[in-house]
Design a protein around this ligand. Structure first.
Ligand code: HH2
Length: 294
């Protein structure tokens, strides 16, 4: 079944959660890794990870994205057993934290374990291309984030190359959504992500953000992760810990071009920025309506 080609579906289903997407959703990042580029090593202790997740929920996160393997450029792979060992206790402790629980993994085995431990969403930077990945998720009710990545984290930033980055990424995402739907996944469970920084140069990242409508036009909700990424560092000259202002600028641009979910490290600041953006955007659309009616 082809995916819809106009507006995103009115609802997004992620396990226990169902959203109507009238406002952008905030996904807060918690990395249970040694080597993530922004918070690696800080949250390996499950108690600290749980406390950090609870803080992000209190600050306004709708979704907590738990990752147990870094996907930063050059990162080394972690085996499935270790990912599961890191994730399962934290999922259990956060089950009633008040936000949907997403697990960032490429491995079918980890997806199965995460779903059994209560995950509401699986976020796959490899677009459910690993063997068994679709079978692991098809019969659940979990939301599925399909991300585009050229290459693998080990080599993806060596020489990213496209004829037409926006067209190729859109084609890939449309194709993966079709494969999932053909496997029996309801479109209301699917989210698409162009994968900023995953096998892309600065120019590719900028083109994808500038023309994000082309991805949104596929007709499924779009997730964007720009928070603290190297594209922000390259443009501003700032280190990882000083990229908040640049990250917020990119996030607001993305929501104005159709992103429905934003993946961020700094939830409190992002929430405030989104609230202000949304108040202005809503006033603009009601003024346009009054003028039309008049
Ligand atoms: N970015 C990262 C990881 N997972 N998932 C989606 N859907 N979109 C993204 O842009 C995305 C992602 C990289 O960020 P982070 O988790 O902070 O770092 P690391 O991969 O080093 O753990």
């Amino acid at each position: 079944m082809p995916v819809a080609s106009t507006c995103p579906p009115a609802t997004l289903i992620c396990g226990r959660y169902r959203w109507t997407l009238e406002r952008p959703l905030l996904m807060g990042v918690v990395n249970l890794t040694e080597d993530s580029f922004s918070d690696g090593g800080r949250l390996l202790d499950p108690e600290r990870a749980v406390a950090q997740a609870r803080e992000l929920v209190a600050a306004g996160a709708d979704i907590i994205d738990l990752g147990a393997e870094s996907t930063r450029p050059g990162a080394t792979a972690v085996d499935a057993a270790l990912e599961i060992e890191r994730l399962v206790p934290v999922l259990g402790a956060l089950r009633d934290c008040g936000a949907a629980l997403s697990v960032d993994t490429r491995k079918a085995e980890v997806m199965t374990a995460a779903l059994a431990a209560g995950a509401d969403m699986i976020n796959d930077v490899n677009g459910f291309r690993d063997e068994g990945a679709i079978d692991a998720v098809r019969e659940s009710a979990a939301g599925l984030c399909v991300m585009h990545m050229q290459g693998t984290p080990e080599i993806m930033q060596a020489a990213p190359s496209y004829r037409d980055a926006v067209g190729e990424v859109a084609q890939f995402l449309r194709g993966r959504a079709e494969v999932l739907e053909q496997a029996g996944v309801a479109p209301e469970r699917i989210v698409l992500d162009p994968g900023i920084g995953f096998g892309k140069s600065l120019v590719h990242n900028l083109q994808l953000l500038a023309r994000l409508e082309a991805i949104a036009a596929i007709g499924l909700p779009v997730l964007i992760g720009v928070s603290r990424k190297s594209m922000i560092g390259t443009i501003t000259g700032r280190g990882v810990d000083a990229r908040l202002t640049g990250s917020i600028a990119a996030m607001l641009f993305a929501v104005s071009r159709g992103a429905s979910i934003v993946r961020v490290h700094d939830v409190a600041a992002s929430r405030d920025a989104l609230l202000v953006w949304q108040a202005i955007a809503e006033a603009g659309s009601s003024t346009a309506q009054i003028q039309q009616e008049g």
